[in-house]
Design a protein around this ligand. Structure first.
Ligand code: MTE
Length: 314
């Protein structure tokens, strides 16, 4: 992104799991309390009143690749609200309060409102998804996320047919997020997707990773994960989801439109103006590797862009 001259990850950059592991008191609810409802083929459940972590399905979309070391996943981050250095978020987000948490749903939607996180996401019907994460800076990881397809939340709030895009916003709270005192970006951090991208089954709202609730530095308590797009689309600590007719403004695109497009699909054939996107540094590996079109998920998502010029719509 703006800061390209950071050294590669070293042993000193990562922090022990014990230091950052923040287990909430999980409230285990009996499995029989609420049954799953199947909505349009997705296992979308009803709202729950507590943040337990009950995984009912596991899908590995990166079967032949090894998981990135947990310490790197929680110790090497981009979360500019907590600083621009890779280890700043883990250090500066320690006291970030994420419970209680609510998300405002507004715009072209049948059921707008301010929802408690537990009313939006069914913590009794979580899935694990193992995805590659490819940062626009050309490093990558393989992460087991825990969450629900965004489509589940969309079904719950019922967007109107007028809605063509979904816009997301991160919390704006400079008291808690010291990085927001500097105008590195136009805060709050904003991202957006086209409706069909948002409704795609791979588009995920994560509330956990590995076996734990989401660490603060990874975007607690809820963040987007769009595995075929550069990591900056995967907005963290979401407080607002709006359904819009027009393409919403997005933070990196507002800052440098020539460098960061709205689509931001991983594309080894289109270089960033300041560096190539043909290869990537998988954190933990010695040799660089080729970057795959759509980050390896072309089979699932290329159809969303048929007829589009992906050099223009970068
Ligand atoms: N979301 C917010 N709110 N602020 C950020 O700075 N950084 C993005 C994305 N989401 C960012 C954000 C970028 S550039 C990347 S690569 C991923 O988060 C990194 O996610 P990770 O730290 O969990 O690996």
């Amino acid at each position: 992104m703006l800061f390209r001259n950071k050294p590669d990850l070293t042993e000193n950059d990562v922090t022990s799991k014990g230091l950052y592991l923040r287990r909430r008191e999980f409230i285990r609810l009996g499995a029989g309390v609420l049954g799953a409802m199947t909505l349009g083929g997705l296992a979308c459940g009803p709202a729950m009143a507590a943040r337990s972590l009950k995984i009912v399905k596991k899908t590995n979309l990166t079967p032949d690749e090894k998981l990135t070391n947990y310490d790197a996943v929680v110790g090497y981050n981009n979360f500019y609200e907590f600083g621009t250095g890779k280890t700043d978020p883990a250090e500066n987000a320690k006291g970030f309060v994420t419970d209680p948490w609510s998300v405002k749903i507004d715009g072209e939607v049948e059921k707008p409102g301010i929802y408690a996180l537990e009313d939006l996401i069914d913590f009794n019907q979580l899935e694990q998804r193992i995805y590659r994460l490819r940062c626009v800076e050309a490093w990558s990881m393989v992460i087991p996320w825990i969450g629900v397809p965004l489509a589940c939340v969309m079904k719950k709030v019922a967007p109107l047919s007028k809605a063509k895009y979904v816009a997301f916003e991160t919390l704006l709270d400079p008291k808690q997020m010291p990085g927001q005192h500097r105008s590195v970006l136009n805060w709050p951090y904003r991202e957006g997707l086209r409706m069909d991208e948002a409704a795609h089954d791979l588009t995920f709202l994560a509330v956990g990773l590995f076996d734990d609730i989401l660490p603060n530095q990874n975007g607690a308590p809820v963040r987007l994960v769009v595995p075929w797009k550069y990591g900056f689309k995967s907005i963290k600590s979401i407080v607002r989801i709006s359904f819009t007719e027009q393409q919403p403004p997005t933070s990196w695109n507002m800052l440098a439109p020539r460098e960061y497009g709205f689509y931001a699909n991983v594309n080894p054939a289109v270089s960033h103006p300041r560096w190539s996107q043909a290869t990537e540094r998988r954190i933990g590996n010695f040799f660089r590797q080729d970057t795959l079109p759509f980050n390896g998920y072309a089979e699932q998502v290329a159809g969303l862009y048929s007829g589009m010029d992906l050099r223009k719509n970068y």
